[in-house]
Design a protein around this ligand. Sequence first.
Ligand SMILES: [Zn+2]
Length: 241
Amino acid sequence: MRTVVNTHHHGDHTFGNCLFPAAAIVVHESTRTEAYAFGPARDLGVWDGPDWGDLTLDPPFVTFTDEIAVHAGDLRAAVRHVGTPAHTTNDSIVWLPDRSVLFCGDLIFHGGTPFLLMGSVAGAVEVLEQVVAPLGARTTVPGHGPVFEGTGPLEATLAYLRFVLDVAARAQAAGVTPLAAARETDLGRFAGWADPERIVGNLHRACAELAGTPRGGPIDVPAALADMVAYNGGAPLTCRA
Ligand SMILES: [Zn+2]
């Protein structure tokens, strides 16, 4: 393996870097910063595993700010920062125009609930509408879930994000907490997606931004995760961040 691209800093996308000692690890500048800030693989106490094993912190060492190209023979892959906080503060996509293939990282969880606690719900809508959709990718490789053709999961993700923004706006107007709003909300068509308790974290993020926190700005992540566990009836969360 000569080159590894991390689409964002989350551990399930970066902890394995040390397993590719000969590879150039390519990331956005902020992904490197955030990977360092988080530190090595460890159990945070809110997720049900996983056992990370003995992984050393091996941060990325080739960084870019807007875009960098990686070439494999004649094939050009554009590694592109999405421009605004979305799933995290540091999301990148990898676009292979010659094959119409997009690696979108965790901007889309195919079959799972989107998770914006550490990014921005409004930002994710903007990125999916203005950065991802215009590419018109024939094939998309999401950060989690099966590869898909066409735009179905993209449109479903956008529908969910707009749903979250709508619930957040009503919760804000009524002075209801994110956890209470989540408990009162019928997830409807989204209830069958994996990790439905993420609605709580997503509402924490959306409500904070409605109250003036900038996109991707600091919020009380441990409190939001605790509320997700509470919504889950006390059960630990599954780790598919
Ligand atoms: Zn992630």
